[in-house]
Design a protein around this ligand. Sequence first.
Ligand SMILES: Nc1ncnc2c1ncn2[C@@H]1O[C@H](COP(=O)(O)OP(=O)(O)OP(=O)(O)O)[C@@H](O)[C@H]1O
Ligand SMILES: [Mg+2]
Length: 241
Amino acid sequence: MIELRGLGFDYPEASVLSGLDLEIGAGESLALIGPNGSGKSTLLKLMCGLFPPTRGSYFFDGAAITKSSLSDARFAKSFHRRVGLLFQDSDAQLFCGSVYDEIAFGPRQMGLSDEEVGGRVEDLLSLFKLEGLSSRVPYHLSGGEKRKVALASVLALNPDAICLDEPMGGLDPKTKRALRELVESLNASGKTVICATHDFEYVEGMFSRAVVLSKEGRIARDAPYAETIADRAFLESMNIV
Ligand SMILES: Nc1ncnc2c1ncn2[C@@H]1O[C@H](COP(=O)(O)OP(=O)(O)OP(=O)(O)O)[C@@H](O)[C@H]1O
Ligand SMILES: [Mg+2]
């Protein structure tokens, strides 16, 4: 589904990712691990097509994701519907005047009927137990509530691949467990899950594979998740624990 070939990314002031070769198949569940600043968020944003790579190539189901393909409205619309991103910072994701409109935004953009949009929003409000917050302004919610609304808005498009950027951050233990179960059930239903995380305790059992980025933004290891997490000396050498 996702194929990176010699991918690199430079912000105007800084080179972040370099020489990434990576293939992620449909239905995989993969953890993206690395010290602060190693480029995890940048990589997830690239995979979701927020911007194209500045070096090397990114193919999604064989189609090259480039500046020109992302500016082709028809291609971009179908691609963005298939890969969703839960931002590390929920405030960067929420912009509508009510929780209902926030979750409805994507389905409305897709041109679904009011009835279909309504059905989808109600299902998600109930899944996240957000019914009571439906008319609230997302910006005024608590951090955990914002995270739930943001995730509901991502799932509203029913994407094939879901990128999660440190989804556990700031959640209480019960909500973390509920989120883990939800992500596991999404993966069991065939969704591809790619998740940047440091929350090893709460993501136990969620992932089959771990890709570790070095502080220089290169792939330092790509191996089964359990094996990687058990290798304390390696994680220490990478400045992760
Ligand atoms: N918009 C931007 N402009 C310039 N530099 C940026 C921008 N966003 C990120 N960077 C830089 O790119 C590097 C990688 O950032 P990124 O957010 O991808 O790392 P990360 O692995 O997600 O870190 P963390 O664990 O802290 O979330 C950092 O050095 C950061 O300062
Ligand atoms: Mg990050």
